[in-house]
Design a protein around this ligand. Structure first.
Ligand code: CUO
Length: 626
């Protein structure tokens, strides 16, 4: 069977899931392997942070993964579709498709089209329903309604938090890296999964702070105190599977005990993790001390804090991060007496809409930073690439070293996810940030006399803080966002590296729409599909400001002979955004710590003192043109 045929058979399972009724496949027709599933009722919001939900989803994706061939997989998938919770089904089948050998090349339709109600405001969908009913014989485009106003200053960042692509990236990241991934059952180890959990979310926070500085807000104040009153947030989303709104959080609510876990437990888990970091080791479930060294510390901590299946001791260190999401999502109804829906923090496709997401993840990140502080700052030798000098770097755009950003119109098709009672297209028009095309032009002198292979690392960080003061390098590093990483062969002597922003290793290459996939596009018979994981290309750069905000562009060349990882590749399937998403089925293609060289404390007060001659800093401006 061709990939195209498989794709065509799988696609209907993703359609109009919000319209599924509570009717289930009768018990006597059920494949015995699926017996015991369907704990989570239809019409309930699935949370991949909630232990019980995740347990059922894991059970299902392992069954689907274990199907003996594609026909067997289809039988199970169809029955699961008619049996389990809607959100749980999509999560589990997506994990299975992504990892089954016989599904290579199959593209999972975009989550924003499967569940548009998680991405588009309730007002907009309501408007679309009315328009579609009034004009059943024509295509409809409705304008997305705003979800707040400037009385709430966080509203100014709604364009970032509610970005369709950024939310989809976060969902897909957690599909590629499920918390419950069992390497033996799934027959594959996810290389440096814990470290990537830390790094990808650290980068989301850094990007958010760059954005805040761009629009004139101060950097976020990390969540810290479990008793603190939280900011309010109203998501304006209605879950069509449940008919209920994603809960709002009125201003001033703080975390409350849940049935499964209480706030004191969370505090204890944090203390135990911090104690481990300060002692330099964690204690596994057999009582053995596991050192938190420079090579594995971040990875071990990532699994421990998330927590994932690979936590060394979930009984002792708990599941700080996951329960935090659930607790935040339930502050309005902690014991469930009102049977309210949770807030957006409970799900990976909606959580980054809430400002508390970033403050909470900064809190998590600060724990990792505590660990990084226990490591020595990088020495000159560790940073150096002898004989290689970066002579000059220019960002080429219409005006050199100045890149413009703007808001651009886009449309999201709603009718694959929502039954409007017409066969016509029903779209929501919205605006997203974008930037003009640009490229890096890097002049390098190779004085070694021979050919050298370099890893080129490109980062961007704001130059000034919220008050207009120059940022200290150690503060700047927390805001440094990765723009690209690639390998380049340097000839002896002078080299000019020209590299287009579209080839970035942090952004996803192409997202195919549901209709394009239906038409057979995006199907890779050679199995070289994209996993839809990756930061959206249109958000590669922060917004900047009207005046032209000053940033530092860092270019660092390191010796690829030392960075190379045996068996790693940056080609093939799901490799397009390897910086944040790794490469599916392969090792992470860089032996350096993620975020190198900005992952460790910088003692220099002048950034030039920190950077060796194989690195450079260039002043660039980002100008928002509206
Ligand atoms: Cu992705 Cu907290 O792990 O949102």
């Amino acid at each position: 069977m061709t990939v195209k045929e498989k794709q065509a058979r799988l696609l209907p399972l993703f359609e109009k899931l919000t319209a599924l009724t509570h009717e289930r496949i009768p018990e006597d027709q059920l494949d015995p392997r699926l017996k015991g599933l369907a704990h989570l009722p239809r019409g309930t919001l699935f949370s991949c942070f909630h232990e019980e939900h995740l347990e059922e989803a894991t059970h299902l994706y392992e069954i689907l993964f274990g199907a003996k061939d594609f026909e067997d997989f289809m039988i199970l998938a169809k029955q699961a579709h008619d049996l389990v919770n809607e959100g749980l089904f999509v999560y589990a089948i997506s994990v299975a498709i992504l990892h089954r050998e016989d599904c290579h090349g199959v593209v999972i339709p975009p989550i924003e089209e499967i569940f548009p109600d998680r991405f588009v405001s309730a007002e907009t969908i309501n408007h679309a329903v009315k328009e579609a009913a009034n004009h059943p014989d024509k295509d409809i485009v409705v304008k997305s309604e705003e979800t707040g106003n400037i009385l709430d200053e966080e509203y100014k960042l709604a364009y970032f938090r509610e970005d369709v692509g950024a939310n989809a990236h976060h969902w897909h990241w957690h599909i590629v890296y499920p918390a419950t991934w069992k390497p033996l059952v799934m027959k594959q180890t996810k290389d440096r999964k814990g470290e990537l959990f830390y790094y990808m979310h650290q980068q989301m926070c850094a990007r958010y702070d760059c954005e805040r500085l761009s629009i004139g807000l101060q950097r976020m104040i990390p969540f810290h105190n479990f008793e603190e009153p939280l900011e309010g947030y109203a998501p304006h989303l209605t879950s069509l599977v449940s008919g209920l709104n994603y809960a709002s959080r009125p201003e001033g609510f703080s975390l409350r005990d849940l049935k499964d876990v209480d706030v004191q437990e969370m505090i204890r888990w944090r203390e135990r993790i911090l104690e481990g970091i300060h002692l330099g080791y964690v204690i596994d479930s057999t009582g053995t001390h596991i050192p938190l060294d420079k090579d594995h510390g971040a990875d071990i901590l990532g699994a421990l804090i998330e927590s994932s299946y690979e936590s060394k001791n979930a009984g002792f260190y708990g599941s700080l991060h996951n329960w935090g999401h659930v607790m935040m999502a339930r502050v309005h109804d902690p014991d469930g007496r009102f049977q309210e829906n949770p807030g957006v923090m409970s799900d990976t496709s909606t959580s980054i809409r809430d400002p508390i997401f970033y403050r909470y993840h900064r809190f998590v990140d600060n724990i990792f930073q505590d660990f990084k502080l226990s490591l020595n700052p990088y020495t000159k030798e560790e940073l150096d690439f002898p004989g290689i000098e970066v002579v000059n770097v220019t960002v080429t755009a219409k005006v050199p070293n100045l890149v413009t950003t703007y808001l651009k119109e886009a449309e999201l098709e709603l009718h694959h996810g929502i039954d409007f009672g017409t066969t016509h297209s029903v779209k929501a028009a919205y605006k997203h940030l974008d930037h003009e095309p640009f490229a890096y032009n890097i002049s390098v002198e190779n004085k070694t006399g021979g050919v050298k292979t370099a890893t080129v690392r490109i980062f961007l960080a704001p130059k000034h803080d919220e008050l207009g003061n120059l940022l200290e390098p150690d503060d700047q590093r927390r805001l440094a966002i990765e723009l690209d990483k690639f390998v380049y062969e340097l000839a002896a002597g002078k080299n000019v590296i020209a590299h287009d922003h579209r080839d970035s290793s942090v952004t996803v290459s192409k997202i195919y729409t549901f209709s394009q996939i239906q038409a057979g596009e995006g199907v890779h018979e050679d199995g070289s599909e994209s996993c839809s994981c990756g930061w959206p290309e249109h958000m590669l750069l922060p917004r900047g400001n009207f005046k032209g905000m000053e940033f530092h562009l860092f270019v660092i060349l390191t010796d690829h002979d030392q960075d190379a990882v045996e068996g790693a590749t940056t080609k093939g399937s799901c490799a397009d955004a390897f910086s944040y998403c790794g490469v599916k089925d392969h090792k992470y293609p860089d032996s350096k710590a993620m975020g190198f060289p900005f992952d460790r404390h910088i003692v220099n007060h002048d950034i030039h003192g920190f950077l060796p001659s194989n690195a450079s800093v260039t002043e660039v401006k980002i100008k928002f043109t509206g």
